[in-house]
Design a protein around this ligand. Structure first.
Ligand code: DO4
Ligand code: MG
Length: 276
């Protein structure tokens, strides 16, 4: 079951039908029984059905939630971080965090820094090496329960991150540095390990990068990431947690203005953003 946030409330979509209903997103997304609640709404009510394409109405699936992110959770990310920080004395801290019990967790965005599907993302004007990071994102209630999944783009400035690990917040957090959407896939079970994550980037309509990974490559469980995030840390509105990237374009690749970034994770859908 898919849940879209739109201006007039939310749209629930099952295999065949879509329904619009008014809702308080912050309350809805914090329901521990979200899956059953949405099924109940679809089965029992006379909600107005939505016909036709509503893609241009979709908003990012958050209102008051903070966005956090995990890093170096895929071997590919570990290797890319070691390489990009070579000149700064790289060291072994990325390898150490890849193997440590405690994950890397960092603050990524507040809602106003987040673009929904179809909206523009940005890279920093003081950076010359920028990439999207396609990531599975967890929708987590204030009680630390994972009630759904969405797609996240953790836009990153690799030259700033590589110059010094202490610059991480600048490489990661700026206006429209994060995209989320297109919907929340509400499920009581984690997506299977065979689930693919595909990234494709086009420039002037032509492909300039395609990459793919699978969730089986994610070294940590979503539950363990959530457990660490909620240690001595409360989220009154719940939160969104990105689980890290396993796709890194080659080192000579950087985003340009006008590039279109598409991230696909079935059964969630495709998150599409153009770089401003
Ligand atoms: O250590 C820097 C951040 C890495 C990251 O964002 C990722 O692995 O996805
Ligand atoms: Mg990332």
């Amino acid at each position: 079951m898919k849940l879209y946030r739109v201006k007039d409330g939310a749209i629930i979509q099952d295999e065949t039908r879509s329904f619009l209903f008014e809702t308080d997103w912050d309350k809805l997304i914090n329901r521990g029984d979200l899956f059953r609640y949405l099924h109940g709404l679809v089965d029992n009510s006379r909600l107005p059905s939505v016909d036709g394409d509503f893609r241009d109405q979709i908003l990012a699936p958050l209102v008051s939630q903070e966005v956090w992110a995990a890093g170096v959770t895929y071997y590919r990310s570990r290797t890319a971080r070691i390489e990009e920080s070579q000149d700064a004395g790289g060291g072994d801290f990325y390898d150490r965090v890849y193997t440590a019990e405690r994950p890397e967790l960092f603050f990524k965005a507040t809602p106003h820094r987040v673009a929904g599907s179809g909206a523009k993302v940005r890279f920093r004007r003081d950076s010359e090496w920028n990439v999207p990071e396609p990531e599975l994102a967890l929708i987590v209630t204030r009680d630390a329960k994972i009630v759904g999944y969405t797609i996240g783009n953790d836009m990153s400035s690799r030259d700033i991150e590589g110059a010094n690990p202490l610059y991480l917040p600048q490489a990661k957090v700026y206006d429209k540095s994060c995209a989320l959407g297109p919907c929340v896939y509400v499920s009581e079970t984690m997506l299977p390990a065979t689930t693919g994550i595909q990234l494709s980037i086009t420039r002037d309509g032509k492909p300039v990068f395609d990459g793919e990974t699978v969730l089986a490559q994610l070294k940590r469980t979503p539950e363990s990431l959530v457990e660490f995030l909620f240690r001595d840390n409360s989220f009154p509105f719940g939160c969104v947690l990105l689980t890290g990237t396993g796709i890194v374009p080659p080192d000579d690749f950087t985003l340009q203005h006008g590039d279109e970034i598409s991230i696909n994770i079935e059964p969630i859908g495709t998150l599409v953003n153009v770089v401003e």
